[in-house]
Ligand binder design. Structure first.
Ligand code: GLU
Length: 288
């Protein structure tokens, strides 16, 4: 079967303003879409009122526009998609692929304290029911078959979800859909064929593939990018208050993101000229 036409995306959470790391992801996902003659979609992942900053979504779009990066279709805002996440959760529950869990983080830690094992793994305590305790979260039932995929940059990657993570949360105890669920439902809804994003999400990918399979959605191709680190060697994060991109150095920002992707200086006079020059160079390295 022919591959569907390329549809890529950039999906920032508005937990702060764009920083050098998010510009690198935006630029690379845009270039990969253009190199493949495809579309680039922007989705604002604003479903976490505890972490989102009011107005940051609009500011992110304005910053992208300064770099001449604009979504090819209307921007999708996750706060408009809550019904779709609820529907996906009901489907998974009805099919027995997901279940309600009554355990708090403390109870899981206590369990590991007594029985041992990796405290990051959910030991499946509510797999066969909560024993009458009220449901807090919803978890996806996983097995221990290796979930494998080949990242375009990092190569083969494999995880055994049951022994490495256990059944994982798809609706949080505060009632909000988990990132893993929202991202998979929306990548499916938007027909995304190619995901280009930071390497910090590489080890989330097997969970997302397990969810795609459970929901009968196609599996996109993946390219995970090198992270931009601060002077202390830590990943830049909006939430941790990474410095926003300076407003007066558009070309410098683009060149630095481009250097972070491993390419030599372009030296263009405008974002449009920069992007035009970068597409064939990107295509020469990553295909298109
Ligand atoms: N919203 C996520 C973030 O800002 C990225 C989601 C993704 O690219 O899959 O970290």
């Amino acid at each position: 079967m022919a591959r569907p036409a390329y549809r890529g995306r950039f999906a920032p959470s508005p937990t702060g303003l764009l920083h050098a790391g998010s510009l690198l992801a935006a630029l690379a996902s845009w270039l990969d879409a253009r190199a493949h003659g495809g579309l680039w979609l922007v989705r604002i992942e604003d479903i976490d009122p505890f972490r989102d900053i009011p107005g940051a979504g609009e500011k992110i779009l304005q910053t992208l526009a300064r770099f001449s990066l604009a979504s090819d279709e209307p921007v999708l805002w996750q706060h408009d998609r809550l019904g779709a996440y609820r529907e996906a959760l009901s489907r998974l529950l009805e099919k027995g692929m997901a279940y309600g869990c009554a355990c708090s983080r403390h109870e899981i830690l206590d369990w590991h304290h007594i029985y041992g094992g990796n405290p990051a793994v959910y030991p499946g305590l509510c797999r066969n029911g909560t024993g009458g305790r009220p449901v807090r979260s919803i978890r996806l039932r996983v097995d221990d078959e290796p979930v494998a995929f080949t990242d375009r940059r990092r190569g083969p990657f494999v995880q055994r979800l049951e022994s490495e993570l256990g059944d994982f949360i798809i609706r949080r105890a505060d009632g909000l859909p988990a990132y893993q669920l929202a991202v998979v439902v929306d990548d499916g809804f938007q027909g995304v064929t190619d995901i280009v994003r930071g390497e910090d999400l590489l080890d989330n990918t097997p969970r997302q593939i397990a969810l795609q399979r459970a929901l009968g959605l196609p599996q996109p191709r993946y390219l995970h990018l090198p992270l931009v680190l601060n002077e202390r060697g830590e990943k830049l994060s909006k939430q941790a208050g990474a410095a926003p991109l300076p407003e007066d150095d558009t070309m410098g920002c683009l060149e630095r993101a481009w250097a972070g992707l491993g390419f030599p200086r372009i030296g263009a006079g405008s974002p449009q000229a920069f992007l035009r020059a970068a597409i064939p160079i990107w295509a020469g390295r990553w295909g298109g």
